[in-house]
Design a protein around this ligand. Structure first.
Ligand code: ATP
Ligand code: MG
Length: 499
């Protein structure tokens, strides 16, 4: 097969960071190419140099047999390269069709042909069997549907290369399946797709070849057919990874957190009751939209509850804000680090100590030496890739931002720690570190609640699993009964159990 894109010896530096060193990538027409590597390896940066968002320092780019200079996002798009960022780029308050044809509205005698535009957009959605109404406002779509709109937009400009930067990280497994169907169709149409993900199973499911980066260096290129998962991991992290879920020695004790009949008036949460124990990891599984995050947000005081009670050590507590929750020793590591977890303009060190400032005060003043020690400790412990603890959070890669969010809650010493999708966007090596941290927390007598949509993960980390379905707890599964089929039956509403 012919090459559509060739990158040779690409270099890119930021102040204090050499993000890419002599990186090569060869993309063939009609292939799905995985770009993999640990958090901060340089994947997003490399893609931004070909989409025109960043200017490379040196190296060459060959597109369709010709050497090209990419000078701007517009030019890259005109050439036939389209990139779908994780933080999507759609305009929320206009229609799907208008988004697809942004900047290219069909004109006749100087007037926009709205009807034609809507019909053309709809035809593309139909061609891909996507049940999205082109007349709807983007605002009313789900995350997965918005992503589909971005893909159709790429198709409509006849993109020859479509780059997807962690497209599946906020999709349910069913939505991921339909994304794969679209990817296969793009491939059949001769489009080359660059697919970035931290979920290795997805690479085996949909990719043909892969390129591995480590610390900004090119490590190698392989056919997916001729590589095993452990070889893949070894290439990514430069060592063998034994046992993804480390052994745990915890003693499960008395009930610490108890939630009774909590509800948000039926919007997402109808009636949820559960209790969690000292030294226990309680898992919450469910499909996207089952109400798990909304339940946790009420417990943490982010959203008001319409009814129900929360007890800590048997005493009712009233949480009107996250500050109240923190005061009671409850920590919440959110899935949405951009909105809730981090101050992007602040440094790694400031973010790390933020929730537990009291712990680094001496005589009422911030002890900067201690602040530095603490944040350096967590940077080392989680192997956060940052040039220093003074780097602003906004300049870290996605996965490394998540590690900073984790650090601040670890330092805060909460007694109850709620992790909402803790490994989203986190690479395999660091994922194991997070599981180890969860183990350390429960060994230390803390109560850990983990919300995850990843079946393997929820079974790997939990002592007990509650499965939510449409705003209720549909079932409870003890460790000895963990099975994918049982949990799935509860999650899709095919089975319920009074709890
Ligand atoms: N605008 C920027 N300013 C400073 N440093 C940056 C900037 N963008 C990226 N970096 C740094 O470049 C390196 C590579 O980051 P990049 O985002 O490409 O990683 P990644 O492989 O996409 O990681 P992840 O899997 O976490 O998304 C990181 O050390 C990151 O902190
Ligand atoms: Mg990235």
């Amino acid at each position: 097969m012919e090459d559509i894109l060739r990158l040779r010896k690409i270099n890119k530096s930021f102040p204090g960071v050499k993000a890419l060193t002599d990186v090569d990538l060869t993309l063939k027409k009609g292939e799905v190419h995985a770009l993999v590597g640990e958090n901060g390896a340089g994947k997003s940066t490399l893609m931004k140099t070909i989409s025109g968002a960043y200017k490379k320092d040196s190296g060459s780019i060959w597109f369709d047999g010709k050497e090209v200079e990419v000078t701007s996002p517009k030019q890259s798009e005109l050439m036939g390269i389209s990139i779908i960022y994780q933080e999507l780029n759609l305009i929320e308050r206009i229609t799907v069709a208008e988004n697809v044809f942004t900047g290219r509205y069909p004109l006749k005698h100087g007037l926009v042909q709205w009807g034609k535009m809507t019909r053309d957009a709809q035809a593309l959605f139909d061609e891909f069997d996507l049940k999205i109404d082109a007349k709807r406002l983007v605002r009313s779509l789900t995350m997965a549907q918005k992503q589909m709109v971005e893909i159709i937009k790429a198709v409509s400009i006849n993109a020859k290369v479509i780059i997807m930067d962690e497209p599946t990280s906020s999709l349910s497994s069913k939505e991921t399946e339909s994304l794969f169907r679209i990817i296969r169709k793009l491939k059949a149409n001769g489009v080359a797709v660059v697919f970035i993900t931290h979920r290795l199973d997805e690479i085996f499911a949909v990719c043909d070849r892969m390129t591995v980066l480590r610390d900004g260096h090119y490590i190698g290129e392989r056919d997916i057919q001729s590589i095993t998962k452990s070889e893949m991991i070894a290439m990514m992290i430069g060592r063998e990874l034994t046992q993804q879920y480390p052994e745990r020695s915890n003693e499960i004790g008395e009930v610490t957190l108890e939630v009774k009949n909590i509800s948000d008036g039926g919007k997402h949460v109808n009636d949820v009751s559960f209790s969690a124990r000292r030294g226990e990891v309680l898992g919450f599984y469910g499909l996207v939209g089952a109400g798990r995050t909304e339940t946790m947000r009420m417990i943490f005081g982010v959203d008001p509850k319409a009814g129900g009670q929360v007890f800590l050590h048997g005493k009712e507590i009233h949480l009107k804000s996250p500050r109240d929750a923190i005061g009671h020793g409850i920590g919440f590591i959110t899935e949405n680090r951009r909105d809730e977890g981090l101050f992007l303009r602040s440094s790694v060190r400031v973010n790390t100590v933020m929730v537990a400032l009291g712990k680094i005060l001496s005589h009422g003043f911030i002890n900067y030496k201690k602040e530095a020690e603490v944040s350096q400790h967590y940077v080392d412990k989680l192997r956060t890739a940052t040039p220093s603890i003074n780097q602003k959070a906004m300049f870290l890669s996605g996965g490394n931002q998540q590690k900073v969010v984790l650090s601040k809650w670890l330092f805060s010493d909460s007694e109850i720690i709620i992790f909402d999708e803790p490994t989203r966007g986190i690479d395999v090596g660091a994922r194991r570190e997070i599981y180890q941290i969860i183990n350390d927390l429960v060994a230390d007598g803390k109560t850990v609640v983990v919300v995850s949509s990843d079946m393997e993960e929820i079974m790997g980390v939990s002592d007990r699993i509650l499965v939510m379905y449409e705003g209720n707890v549909a079932g409870e599964v003890q460790k000895e009964d963990f099975s994918q089929s049982l949990i799935t039956e509860y999650a899709v509403g095919e089975r319920t159990q009074p709890v």
